[in-house]
Unconditional design. Structure first.
Length: 97
C-alpha cells in the first residue's frame, strides 16, 4: 500500500506533524482498510490530491476539491488538455476550451 500527496496536507489536530508524517499515517490506515483510511482522512486539511495504490490506483481529492484532477489512459494531470497534448490528440476549442 502506498499513498503519495500532491499539494499541502496537515493534521488539523496536530499542527506540529509534518506532511510526510500525515501521509505515512494515511498509508498505515489504508493497510488496515478503506474505512480506516477515510477515518484518518477526516483529520486532515489542506489543498491536495492523494494518489493511493491499494489493489488498484486511486485518486482522492481534498474535501473541497480545490486541486483539479484529470485522468485518462493511465495518465494523471491537473487539466484534460495536458493529457490530450501528451497523448498526441488533436486539440480544439470544443474539446479542451
Amino acid at each position: 500500500m502506498q499513498v503519495h500527496c500532491l499539494g499541502l496536507i496537515c493534521d488539523v489536530f496536530n499542527l506540529t506533524s509534518t506532511d510526510g508524517e500525515v501521509v505515512r499515517s494515511l498509508a498505515q490506515a489504508l493497510q488496515i482498510g478503506w474505512t480506516e483510511f477515510y477515518q484518518a482522512l477526516k483529520k486532515t486539511g489542506g489543498t491536495y490530491v492523494l494518489l493511493a495504490e491499494a489493489d488498484g490506483f486511486y485518486a482522492v481529492l481534498d474535501a473541497c476539491g480545490t486541486v483539479p484532477l484529470a485522468h485518462g489512459g493511465g495518465t494523471v494531470a491537473s487539466h484534460p488538455r495536458l493529457i490530450a497534448e501528451g497523448r498526441g490528440f488533436q486539440i480544439s476549442d470544443i474539446t479542451c476550451g
